[in-house]
Design a protein around this ligand. Structure first.
Ligand SMILES: Nc1ncnc2c1ncn2[C@@H]1O[C@H](COP(=O)(O)OP(=O)(O)OP(=O)(O)O)[C@@H](O)[C@H]1O
Ligand SMILES: [Mg+2]
Length: 331
């Protein structure tokens, strides 16, 4: 699954969220890679390394100067990083001079998605070409935002951008907004989130997490002194729990969307095949009446009453699926 951490506004905790979300997923035994597409190179700097001293970065791979594996740093168990540095600021120039094809970056991210459970992409605070590529390929766009009085304006722009990419072909992208640097003593923060942002974004299909990241100096301290994102700090604090809760909430939200029901009554099931084995099915469905889009789904059937119609009193024959849009790795 590809997570793009995006917001054209600077300093809203994109990098802090990328590294802590990645760290918390890796602690749950998931294989995670962070791809740093921001020329500031702050992801690898979080782990105490100088981005400009890295032998290879993603740009070297895209310019055919090294293999993909050469630019992957194994940071710790289950946690890998493709560092970025100042070379990324020349991405558009390399595209214009035909040294890099935009589609190569897209393909690389998709390829990583086949190997890692989660690909987490940190992005720069602007709407450059790399951010456009991320929005065209990510499964989930995560937007950290600071709930100040200007937040809704900034959020509107980035949410509109996600809508545009949904319309342009990344139709299944989910969008999640995460309140950051929240000061619970500042009542206006809570009011802005609950009375302004949550209702407005919910009506636009954007999920605003209940978990927020508190304003605190602890995170900066763990990066500064221990050279790790706070989730990996040996100094235990409630600020680590916030990221663990956030990870749970995001995964639960995504899983809740993944459970779909295919009903045969409204003719939305056009094809259904048992593909690989008894527990793996592939179906083409039309999601809504006028929506001719077909998607492949893979997963295990949890309720068979469409086909054997064994259940008594069932209102309509239907099929319950736990599904993902990706084939399970069977190794
Ligand atoms: N919980 C927190 N509360 C307040 N500040 C924090 C918190 N966590 C991290 N910071 C600090 O906030 C600053 C901005 O964080 P970060 O670099 O993650 O933002 P960003 O959105 O990636 O910024 P940029 O847009 O420049 O890439 C950093 O100095 C970081 O140490
Ligand atoms: Mg950053």
């Amino acid at each position: 699954m590809i997570f793009g951490i995006v917001n054209n506004k600077g300093g809203v905790l994109k990098t802090t969220l990328s590294t802590n979300l990645a760290a918390s997923l890796s602690l749950s035994n998931k294989k995670v890679i962070i791809v740093d597409l921001d020329g500031q190179g702050n992801v690898i700097a979080t782990f105490g390394k100088n981005p400009n001293n890295m032998t290879h970065t993603i740009i070297d791979f895209l310019r055919n100067d090294c293999h993909l594996n050469d630019c992957i740093v194994e940071q710790r168990k289950n946690l890998f990083i493709i560092p970025g540095n100042d070379d990324l600021n020349f991405f558009d120039y390399y595209v214009q001079s035909n040294e890099i094809k935009q589609s190569d970056l897209k393909l690389t991210l998709k390829k990583l998605n086949e190997v890692y459970d989660y690909v987490i992409i940190d992005t720069p605070p602007n709407m450059s070409t790399v951010v456009a590529i991320v929005l065209s390929v990510c499964d989930v766009a995560i937007i950290p935002f600071e709930p100040d009085q200007y937040a809704i304006l900034g959020l509107k722009r980035i949410v509109d951008a996600t809508k545009e990419f949904k319309n342009k072909g990344n139709a299944n992208m989910k969008v999640i907004a995460v309140p950051t640097k929240v000061n619970t003593r500042v009542t206006i923060h809570n009011e802005i989130i609950e009375h302004n942002i949550r209702p407005k974004l919910t009506s636009q299909n954007v999920y605003v997490t209940k978990t927020f990241i508190s304003a605190s100096t602890k995170s900066t301290a763990s990066v500064g002194y221990e050279k790790v994102p706070i989730v990996l700090s040996v100094v235990k604090s409630k600020y680590q729990d916030e990221y663990m809760f956030l990870k749970e909430e995001i995964i639960n939200y995504i899983n809740s969307l993944s459970k779909i029901e295919i009903s045969t009554t409204n003719n939305n099931l056009t094809e259904f095949n048992n593909k690989d084995n008894a527990n793996s099915y592939e179906a083409n469905i039309n999601k809504q009446k006028n929506d001719q889009q077909k998607i492949n789904i893979y997963g295990s059937v949890t309720d068979y009453n469409t086909f054997n119609n064994e259940k008594e009193n069932s209102e309509a024959p239907c099929l319950h699926f736990n599904y993902s849009d990706k084939k399970e790795n069977k190794d």
